[in-house]
Design a protein around this ligand. Structure first.
Ligand SMILES: Nc1ncnc2c1ncn2[C@@H]1O[C@H](COP(=O)(O)OP(=O)(O)OP(=O)(O)O)[C@@H](O)[C@H]1O
Ligand SMILES: [Mg+2]
Length: 252
């Protein structure tokens, strides 16, 4: 039999179908949450149905920002618990998790056996999240992927002083008007996010190995900035968005 893990994030809904006997992922996928999280779950299940037998699913667990919207699950668990479980499965040596999604950022300290020791979460300010990158990509007229490759070509450290995305947007417009390159501006944005995460970490002790998850972990440039600041290598799962849904499936 299989279990189903659902992570209804503010930007993307993710599902994982898990075989607990073999400890393998049977199916995984994500879909924009858009206006209806339930429609996103239905869409993902319809896609999964063409690859695997959904009648084998005998338990479900839901997590994520929108978890209360879904009432068919046997269990509803916090994002912190599910991210911890999913990351521990992927990287058993992981002791610190940095998850940056579309709307919040979380740092979780794990016990050696995978339990949650402590955590800090920023869900009040978009400046350290994917939202900041999306705004920047829009302003620089590029994709999120291109933003990273652009930043790799920067040749100067620019300072971004704004602590709020709305003001940072005006600052970026100003920097462009002054003739600064897109490459240097992109790098400054990634560094500003990395510094926010570094400051957020102040309440916790950084114990390696450090696992970097959430959609924002797809940014290879941000990974490099964080590695420079923290002085340690970051482990990124092959599909960095799905660790919360994986944890939900494991704990279902
Ligand atoms: N290549 C990329 N580089 C940088 N960021 C990216 C890339 N691809 C996606 N993202 C970011 O990942 C975000 C989505 O990540 P994720 O699915 O983890 O968020 P979420 O779980 O919905 O949000 P939250 O956890 O804040 O509720 C998008 O909003 C986008 O900003
Ligand atoms: Mg999330």
């Amino acid at each position: 039999m299989y279990s189903l893990g659902i992570d209804i994030g503010s930007r993307n809904t993710k599902i994982v179908i898990w075989n607990p006997q073999e400890r393998t992922i049977i199916w995984q996928g994500y879909q924009s949450t858009e206006v209806s999280a339930l429609a996103a779950v239905e869409k993902l299940l319809a896609l999964a149905a063409s690859d695997c037998d959904l009648s084998k699913i005998n338990k479900e667990c839901v997590t994520g920002y929108g978890r209360k919207l879904y009432n068919k699950a046997d269990k509803v668990l916090s994002e912190i618990t599910c991210h911890a479980s999913g990351c521990y499965e992927l990287f058993p040596a992981g002791r610190t998790i940095i998850d940056i999604g579309g709307q919040d950022s979380k740092i979780i300290s794990l016990e050696p056996a995978g339990g949650v020791k402590d955590f800090v979460m920023n869900d009040k300010c978009a400046a350290g999240t994917g939202r900041f990158l999306e705004m920047t990509a829009l302003r620089l007229e590029c994709s999120l992927h291109e933003l990273s490759t652009m930043a790799d070509q920067s040749d100067m450290e620019l300072q971004l002083n704004s602590t709020c995305v709305v003001f940072a947007e005006s600052e970026i417009i100003g920097l462009l008007a002054e003739g600064n390159t897109q490459q240097n501006i992109a790098h400054a944005v990634f560094m500003s996010i990395a510094k926010r995460i570094y400051a957020q970490m102040a309440g916790l002790s950084l114990i390696p190995s450090v696992v970097f998850t959430g959609g924002v972990a797809k940014s290879t440039h941000l990974k490099k900035c964080l590695e420079t600041l923290f002085g340690t290598e970051l482990l990124v799962p092959f599909e960095p968005e799905i660790s919360g849904a994986l944890g939900a499936a494991i704990l279902a």
